[in-house]
Design a protein around this ligand. Sequence first.
Ligand SMILES: Cc1cc2nc3c(=O)[nH]c(=O)nc-3n(C[C@H](O)[C@H](O)[C@H](O)COP(=O)(O)OP(=O)(O)OC[C@H]3O[C@@H](n4cnc5c(N)ncnc54)[C@H](O)[C@@H]3O)c2cc1C
Length: 429
Amino acid sequence: MFPRRIPYNRAMSNLDPQRHDAEILILGAGPAGMLCALTAARRFKESGLPKGGQHILLVDQGRETGRKLRASGGGRCNCTNQNAAPAHYLSKNQRFTAQALARFTPAQFLDLLAGLGLSAHEEDQGKMFCDQGAAALCETLEKACRKAGCRFLTGRAVTAVTPPAEPGGAYRVETEHGPLLAQRVVLALGSPAWPALGGTDIIARLAGQLGLPHAPARPALTPLELSGPEGALCRELSGLSVIARLSLAPDSASGGAAYTDGLLFTHQGLSGPAALQISSHWRRGEAIRVDLAPQADVPALLREPGRAKSLARSVIAELLPRRLAEARLAALPTGLADRRLAELSRAELTAITELLTDWRITPKGTAGMARAEAASGGLGTEAFSAKTMQCKSLPGLFAIGEALDVAGELGGYNLHWAWASGFAAGQAL
Ligand SMILES: Cc1cc2nc3c(=O)[nH]c(=O)nc-3n(C[C@H](O)[C@H](O)[C@H](O)COP(=O)(O)OP(=O)(O)OC[C@H]3O[C@@H](n4cnc5c(N)ncnc54)[C@H](O)[C@@H]3O)c2cc1C
């Protein structure tokens, strides 16, 4: 049976304010945790609960809140995306995101920003960036939570959560500095991605303790690493950026994921939006097809009568930056590049088309969690309500943000999921 809302104060006799206990503990003061706290605190105030946000305590291991949020978008904070919809999320159950996304749209987030005195502008592909930057957004959100009465306990790593021994009792949260008790607990502890910014594997450990389903975390949105001749070519071209289409085979686990976006050559391999996006789907040993001229119809271009006298080399130079053109030309049979298109056989024209549109690379791996902007995997969504984010088997326990098995594409989708799921739980607490 789905848990009903527990009346407040029923378990308050167990709680000791001197020990920082609270009615609601939000574990993790990242974007999901803070938006959840702010939503709940404002709701309490509107519904006349005398203490408003003082019912809420946010606990975080970090000395400062929202370290990933502060670093987001290289400090520019790609805070949402106008196209937020389930199709932009990786999850065992992609539809899980639908209700929360419908109840908290990008427009609602932008309204919330405006209410906080901040603004955002749109760039390509629906990406919205906070005009005041990532650090300002994080600080403003924290300030708004404090103003609404919420309290913060930072520098406290959570190590365990034990459910109440009897219905309506308190959850016990173990931290490195002693236990905390609360009637309701929100798991907003993120994923193991980018540990230098606070990513930890605590969610996997809590899933084990609480008997909740958990999909192993995998790095997402992380650079690709190449070795051998391909690695050497990337090193040679390091710093160069082009628009490319990266795709996986239609019969791969990803069902043929494909992205057309910026591709950046680096000393380690490939980065930039297209490489980061495909890394979320790539499995070790799989080949990635790189189309270096996605905006051109190369076979048609090579057959244009007006180009019959052009050298193959000059057509390639027209489509690719000079350094890349030279590097790719080396892969053609000797002499072919310096022949006129009219002289080439069908097989030779195909070889040129493939050189431009079907470069096959097999990364040796990825930069892993160390440089992953997100992680797929996390708490199994089947254990949670898609409307409230509350656990179906443990009343009073909620999970939001990246702690759940939901990972967004690049472009503001991850932060939007943090906001939307945080809002859903904040409405239900
Ligand atoms: C470098 C970088 C850039 C990014 N840029 C963007 C972007 O521009 N747009 C976008 O949409 N997404 C971006 N992301 C992804 C986005 O930041 C995350 O998806 C988002 O922060 C997830 O929010 P969250 O609140 O669920 O988790 P988090 O932001 O990870 O917050 C979880 C909190 O829990 C705390 N915590 C973890 N373990 C413990 C523990 N054991 N005890 C106590 N506290 C703990 C952490 O300190 C952290 O404060 C970026 C990520 C990175 C790493």
